[in-house]
Write a protein that binds this ligand. Structure first.
Ligand SMILES: O=C1O[C@H](COP(=O)(O)O)[C@@H](O)[C@H](O)[C@H]1O
Length: 253
């Protein structure tokens, strides 16, 4: 994977505001299906990186309800996660489990192309899991994720990179173990900023007034100790897909 992002160009992001969370979820689903179809017209396999959080799962319910999902060749879609809670396979607090329960399980995916982060039942430590996950990303046949979907926490975190946390600025790895996470559970595995940036498109998906400050800081390029989202841009496009409540502290552009 290659690519360098100019983080000083804070205006090269697009913001799309939707009236409410359901409209936002349905719109992300339609946009995602279109993006996959476009990518499949150009490349054999499409690489998507998914996110946890409520909207990160809701969007799969929206995809599952979308007739256009039938046009996608889901067997040619590779799935990754930007982060995972370091919990055993099947734990209902895992991001992958929540995504599948919401609607991913209805899609005819190739299980060999679903790249889950190993939990404590399948690895010796979060560090070992992060190393194995990073090796899997490196070994994949892609030079970049096609779409990197990232939820944003009220504290401005993306994936499991929390502002001010020691793991946030790890720069010598694809994935990092996170301990003492400010948000439970305490142990996690996350892609690093470098890995997140190796994406053709980065989509931040955010709903709710409690995230309005994080959205404003992310869009306006706040420093890393205040906002992790602001440190990540796509190689071709950076999109903020938000509802009206989450957009309420943005200046008119
Ligand atoms: O813990 C996590 O939180 C964020 C955001 O979640 P939300 O519920 O506030 O939307 C999520 O993006 C991340 O993947 C997850 O591990």
């Amino acid at each position: 994977m290659t690519g360098v992002n100019d983080l000083t160009d804070v205006h090269s992001v697009d913001v799309v505001v939707h009236p409410d969370k359901q409209a936002l979820s349905d719109s992300i689903a339609a946009r995602l299906v279109t993006a996959i179809l476009d990518a499949q017209a150009e490349r054999d396999v499409v690489h998507l990186s998914l996110t946890g959080g409520s909207l990160g799962s809701d969007l799969w319910a929206s995809v599952a309800a979308l007739p256009a999902r039938e046009a996608v060749d889901w067997s040619r879609v590779e799935l990754w996660w930007g982060d995972e809670r370091y919990l055993p396979a099947g734990d209902t607090d895992r991001n992958d489990v929540q995504n599948f329960a919401a609607g991913l399980d209805s899609l005819p995916l190739d299980p060999a192309k679903v790249h889950r982060v190993a939990g404590p039942d399948e690895s010796d430590s979060a560090e070992a899991s992060a190393t194995a996950y990073g090796d899997a990303v490196r070994a994949s046949d892609t030079d970049a994720f096609d779409v990197m979907i990232l939820g944003v926490g009220p504290d401005g975190h993306v994936a499991s990179l929390f502002p001010g946390h020691p793991a946030q600025l790890t720069d010598d790895a694809v994935a990092v173990a996170v301990h003492d996470s400010p948000k439970p559970p305490p142990d996690r595995v996350s892609l690093t900023f470098d890995a997140l940036r190796h994406s053709r498109e980065v989509w931040f998906i955010v709903a709710g007034a409690d995230k309005a400050e994080a959205v404003a800081r992310g869009v306006n390029g706040a420093p890393a100790d205040l906002n992790s989202a602001a440190q990540v841009k796509g190689e071709e496009r950076t999109l903020w897909l938000v509802d009206a409540d989450a957009a309420s502290q943005l200046e008119p552009r």
